[in-house]
Ligand binder design. Structure first.
Ligand code: BTN
Length: 236
């Protein structure tokens, strides 16, 4: 990967998109601070100085149905890098990296991932995976429900964190399916009773597994349901 570093930028995903449209691949856009960080579902993402805000441009020869595996790979790679920094990072389906609070499925969010792609129905043209991690940031500067590596374990060496992340991410992309067992091991969602809001309506049940493309398998009151995408809430 080549790295393009910015002290301050609007959004690393937006910059990555410009590079992707121009034909770039295997580029990482990295920033210390974002003034217009973007979250999922058109939400804003708070991204003050001290974070690890990054976006990766890749052009994988895969069908769009396998694209979610890239997001899972970014989540697992981030969780592993964060664990090396001394925090108990786990994954909330599909791709939030969180720190558990207590043992009933509560958590604080450490990393969110925004994935964007372009391409035909049978093949991806480009894919941008943008994980943003609250690294060396005071809790007061973060939204409610969020935490940072500083808050949980003290400051992390961000260069090392990014390097470990990229090593892990790179290993997964050459063997995409291998991310699934590692995801399972780090999952906070499995075994939880959850409510998932999806386009087809809401489902409630126990999260029992993920499939080989990263969909969540729920044991609902009226049987097994597989959910490819949606907003997931841990219930108690
Ligand atoms: C979410 O809503 O949970 C996803 C948040 C994604 C934030 C990251 S920070 C790096 C990259 N650039 C952005 O503008 N967004 C993502």
């Amino acid at each position: 990967f080549s790295v393009e570093y910015h002290e301050t930028i609007g959004s690393t995903n937006t910059r990555a998109r410009e590079l992707a449209v121009d034909g770039a691949t295997d580029v990482v856009v990295l920033a210390d601070e974002q003034t217009g960080g973007r979250g999922r579902l058109e939400r804003e993402w708070t991204a003050p100085s001290g974070g690890v805000w990054l976006s990766i441009v890749v052009r994988p020869a895969i069908a769009p149905s396998r694209a979610p595996l890239y997001t899972l790979a970014a989540a697992v790679a981030t969780a592993k890098a964060a664990r090396e920094a001394g925090v108990d990072a786990r994954i909330k389906w599909p791709n939030d990296v969180v720190i558990p609070v207590g043992d009933e499925g509560d958590y604080r969010k450490l990393t969110g991932i925004l994935t964007e792609m372009e391409g035909e129905t049978d093949r991806i043209e480009w894919l941008i995976v943008g994980p943003g991690t609250n690294a060396n940031i005071d809790a007061e500067a973060l939204p409610e429900g969020a935490t940072s590596i500083r808050e949980e374990a003290g400051d992390v060496d961000r260069r090392r964190f990014v390097q470990r992340f990229l090593e892990e991410f790179d290993a997964y992309r050459s063997d995409l399916e291998s991310v699934v067992p590692d995801w399972r091991e780090l999952a906070l969602t499995l075994g939880q009773r959850v409510r998932v809001d999806r386009p087809a309506g809401e489902v409630v049940g126990e999260a029992v597994d993920i499939t080989e493309t990263g969909a969540l398998v729920l044991e609902a009151d009226d049987g097994r349901v597989t959910v490819a995408a949606g907003d997931c809430e841990h219930l108690r």
